[in-house]
Design a protein around this ligand. Structure first.
Ligand code: ZN
Ligand code: ZN
Length: 131
């Protein structure tokens, strides 16, 4: 005589009806696989695999991140040099990169150190960024 197989309401797999047992956690009759905790273990493993796959694409590591950031800030330095010579004088004016306020900058005393308008640090003046 074949045992009657019924689908498990937890995992959907069929199992002999007489092997179903009441599980304290599911609060219902479950198949032997669910009862032993194997169904839950399998689900946990699937969850973990999903988390790993969500990570950054392979080959992208911290070094790439660093280089990317470096090249970006370097580019910005070249494109938006805040300093320019005041024509006909030895004086330098600085245009604040944050608020676009323009003010006189003393390259010898290196003052002001911050923008008089928004108080952001004035970048270091080098021959490189003096236009
Ligand atoms: Zn089951
Ligand atoms: Zn400013």
């Amino acid at each position: 005589m074949n045992p009657i197989k019924v689908p498990c309401r937890e995992c959907g797999m069929e199992a002999p009806a007489d092997q179903f047992r009441l599980h304290y956690k599911y609060k219902k009759m479950v198949c032997p696989t669910c009862f032993s905790g194997r169904t839950e273990a399998k689900r946990q493993k699937e969850q973990e695999e999903k988390v790993i796959k969500k990570d950054k694409p392979a080959g992208w590591d911290a070094e790439d991140d660093y280089l990317e950031k470096m090249s970006r800030s370097r580019r910005q330095e070249i494109e938006v040099s805040p300093f320019s010579r005041i024509p006909g004088t030895h004086q330098v004016q600085c245009k604040c990169v944050h608020c676009k306020f323009t003010f006189k900058y003393d390259p010898f005393k290196k003052t002001p150190r911050t923008c008089p308008y928004c108080n952001q640090d004035v970048p270091r003046l080098t021959t490189f960024n003096l236009l």
